[in-house]
Design a protein. Sequence first.
Lengths: 118, 112
Amino acid sequence: DVKVTQSSRYLVKRTGEKVFLECVQDMDHENMFWYRQDPGLGLRLIYFSYDVKMKEKGDIPEGYSVSREKKERFSLILESASTNQTSMYLCASSLGGRDHRGLRTEAFFGQGTRLTVV
Amino acid sequence: KNQVEQSPQSLIILEGKNCTLQCNYTVSPFSNLRWYKQDTGRGPVSLTIMTFSENTKSNGRYTATLDADTKQSSLHITASQLSDSASYICVVRAGSQGNLIFGKGTKLSVKP
């Protein structure tokens, strides 16, 4: 069974704090993703990584950075949290890599981290 | 612009009834289409995947259809249960190496 684990279910942080969201997957997947999900907007891609130390910007990367030092771990960093970053954050992983994202590869999601910035 | 539109936005049905959720997409080139179920406060879980050549795919009480000509998909839920209450998200992959394009979801509430 694929497991994608996010380090926290709920987080409350203050404006201006540096925030780390951690994600670990146990299926040796090449691809890992960070999304945020807001009411009425659906899931939006922040960053993704197709290999260790590789990263690509998604649709809304501003205010975020990521780190992938090991294949199984993908971290999302909010350098200086702001109230408009209050959201549900979802991590996902899938097989593939940059050139083999695959026709049928499924993205497996973590349980989500609900971040509130006050 | 690649887009996935879902309807209705929300739906309330009585337990035991059937329902159908719609997904229209303008994604090119099309690779595959998935339906995900997302329980409140949880991450999405895949229900079905369909490629260009597949018209129908079932997973228990869930049946997905795909019409690649009209770029429409539907998810039919038979004999609904209280546990079917969730958001259902339609996701289309743009090309074999492309990103996932997410619909905004349909929130289904099944009442006793």
